[in-house]
Design a protein around this ligand. Structure first.
Ligand code: ZN
Length: 346
């Protein structure tokens, strides 16, 4: 399987965020890239640099207002007297509507959901290349590769059409799914990250052509709190095209695989022509977030079950933070997927 990644993705280097109000080091570190590259190589992946794809495939799922903000906000922020080095919001509209703020501080609050996605001078470029890795993986699958892996960093699944959040700026999984829609009439996104894929859900919430399924720690007491509950089923023409499968904290392999069964059943009934897996590895028992208790071997079993769909598949990296097994968890998933997918797609 090819793995797409560009070194520019390592330049974004966020310093901190607030966790329950306390300043903490930001866990979405560039070092993640080294661990994930090692894991992909150990699974036999060939690492390939993506081409540049411009803004087109990104603007297909994000608003122009938001993309203009992401590109220029850091330079604008530096012109504010005594502003922080990184762009971090400190005021948010409690509801959208009303007028769009003209100021940098107002727009930061409008377009950034929380403090975990600070924007530095490098963020825009890193995010573009991360998205282009997803586009390139989708292109590979469109040209006949059975599966491809996009080592997307920064991750993307918490980014809405016009809001950054949860370490995410451009929604790489949504970009890949939209790209696959060039030829696939229906695309499913299966999100197995520890956290609910709220941005992805939001982008496709009113659409019946992209089914979104997410398995995650129950947001009743976990990020992203406001989304990820089982009663969120889509709206308008998209009603019935979103499935959330929240799990109790510390759920392990057996519970995860049981939820996955339900998710796969829904995906089969949707009869998609292509699949995007939003691959977070932070459901791992040793991940610093500590929300679920999936094992390294569990990732192989998840991968085998997903590969059983036999669909052309783009695997997009989402979360998964620094811990001893991060490389091994990726290897476990990709190797497990590759073997089972060859049999299923046979
Ligand atoms: Zn996550």
């Amino acid at each position: 399987m090819k793995a797409f990644y560009a070194d520019e993705q390592k330049r974004h280097d966020p310093k901190g965020f607030l966790s329950s109000g306390a300043p903490k080091p930001n866990p979405e570190q560039p070092e993640r890239v080294e661990r994930l590259l090692a894991g992909a190589r150990a699974a036999g992946c060939e690492i390939v640099r993506p081409r540049e794809h411009g803004l087109g495939p990104i603007a297909a799922v994000h608003t122009p207002e938001y993309l203009d903000f992401l590109e220029h906000i850091h330079a604008r922020w530096q012109r504010i007297a005594e502003a922080s080095e990184e762009v971090i919001p400190n005021i948010h509209p409690i509801a959208r509507g009303g007028s769009y703020p003209a100021s940098a501080v107002g727009q930061a609050g409008y377009h950034m959901a929380d403090t975990s996605c600070p924007i530095s001078a490098e963020t825009w470029e890193s995010s573009l290349w991360s998205a282009w890795s997803a586009v390139e993986a989708a292109e590979a699958v469109l040209s006949g590769e059975p599966a491809a892996y996009a080592l997307c960093r920064p991750p993307g699944h918490h980014a809405f059409a016009d809001v950054a959040g949860g370490f995410c700026f451009i929604n790489n999984s949504a970009v890949a799914a939209q790209r696959l829609r060039k030829t696939a009439a229906r695309v499913a996104i299966l999100d197995v990250d520890l956290h609910h894929g709220n941005g992805t859900q939001g982008i496709f919430y009113a659409r019946p052509d992209v089914l979104t399924v997410s398995i995650h720690a129950d947001p009743v007491r976990f990020y992203p709190f406001f989304w990820g509950h089982a009663d969120e089923r889509g709206e308008g023409p998209g009603l019935g095209y979103n499935l959330n499968l929240p799990l109790a904290r510390k759920s392990a392999d057996a519970e995860f695989l049981a939820a996955l069964d339900k998710g796969l059943q829904r995906i089969r009934a949707f009869a998609p022509e292509a699949l995007v897996v939003a691959l977070g590895l932070d459901a791992f028992e040793g991940d610093p977030f500590g929300g679920l208790s999936v094992t390294t071997q569990g990732f192989a079993r998840i991968a085998e079950a997903v590969a059983g769909l036999g669909l052309p598949t783009v695997i997009v990296q989402e979360g998964g933070y620094l811990c001893d097994a991060l490389s091994d968890n990726l290897t476990s998933f990709l190797a497990g997927f590759g073997g089972a997918h060859r049999l299923a797609a046979g």
